[in-house]
Every structure is written in structure tokens, then in C-alpha cells.
Design a protein. Structure first.
Length: 143
């Protein structure tokens, strides 16, 4: 009889899973990832493109020369000077497959600067020259 009571007592003993340490570990991991992550807003090149009703998207990866309103030049996101543009552009065109240069010029820049950049692109043996614009939104009534 004693063996039966002892067997019943063993049956009643249940193990419980304590999840408090698990929650602590998850919370510590959350804090670690929050502190080790970097939330840096990378500044972009601010260019207000002119609008055109005949604008079309241009597929493919090309070489992009951006001209800001202040006259700053950027070659594929890297700021450069007008004097260093020919050499760097020539090197980029030589290693590019499509050899197309896209000029993203602000609509308020001096036209002479844009013409100089296009002339430098032609001297760098660019096979295609594209002037970037934004698509003009048409009114629903006009369609």
C-alpha cells in the first residue's frame, strides 16, 4: 500500500517552466540591438528637376551627374569640382557598359554650367546623353 501512495505522490509532482528568465533575455537582446543599430539619415542631393509632359522613365544603370541650385556638382553621389569632372567622368564612362550619362540639373541653374557638363560628357566618349526631368502630372479633365 505504501508503494502505491508513493507512486501517486510522484505523479502529482509537476515541473513548471518559468518564462521570466526568457523574457529577461529577450529584453536584453532588444536593448542590445537598439543600442548597436545606427539610425543615420544620409543626406541626398537636393535637385528640383524641370517638368516635361513627354518625360519617360529611363531603365538601366547609368552614370549620373547632378547639378544643384548652388552650382555644386556630384558624380554618382560624390561631390566633385568642375576641374576634376573630365578625368573622373572619362574613367566612369570607360568602365561602364552602356556609356550613357544622365544629367540631373536643377531647373534654376545657369544654363551655361549645364552645357559645360554636357560638353565634358561628350569629350569623355559618352555614347548617350540624357537630361533628367520629372513627369508632368496632367489633370483628369484634360485627358
Amino acid at each position: 500500500m505504501r508503494d502505491i501512495l508513493e507512486f501517486d505522490r510522484r505523479k502529482k509532482l509537476r515541473t513548471q517552466l518559468n518564462i521570466a528568465p526568457l523574457i529577461d533575455v529577450v529584453f536584453l537582446l532588444l536593448i542590445f540591438f537598439m543600442l548597436s543599430s545606427q539610425f543615420i539619415a544620409r543626406p541626398g542631393i537636393r535637385v528640383s528637376l524641370p517638368r516635361a509632359s513627354t518625360a519617360e522613365p529611363h531603365p538601366g544603370e547609368d552614370i549620373i551627374v547632378s547639378i544643384t541650385e548652388g552650382g555644386s556638382l556630384y558624380l554618382d553621389g560624390e561631390e566633385i569640382t568642375l576641374e576634376s569632372l573630365p578625368a573622373k567622368l572619362k574613367a566612369k564612362v570607360a568602365e561602364s557598359e552602356e556609356k550613357t550619362v544622365i544629367v540631373r540639373a536643377d531647373e534654376k541653374i545657369n544654363l551655361g554650367l549645364a552645357v559645360k557638363v554636357m560638353d565634358i560628357a561628350r569629350e569623355a566618349n559618352a555614347q548617350g546623353l540624357v537630361i533628367s526631368t520629372e513627369m508632368e502630372q496632367r489633370n483628369a479633365e484634360a485627358l
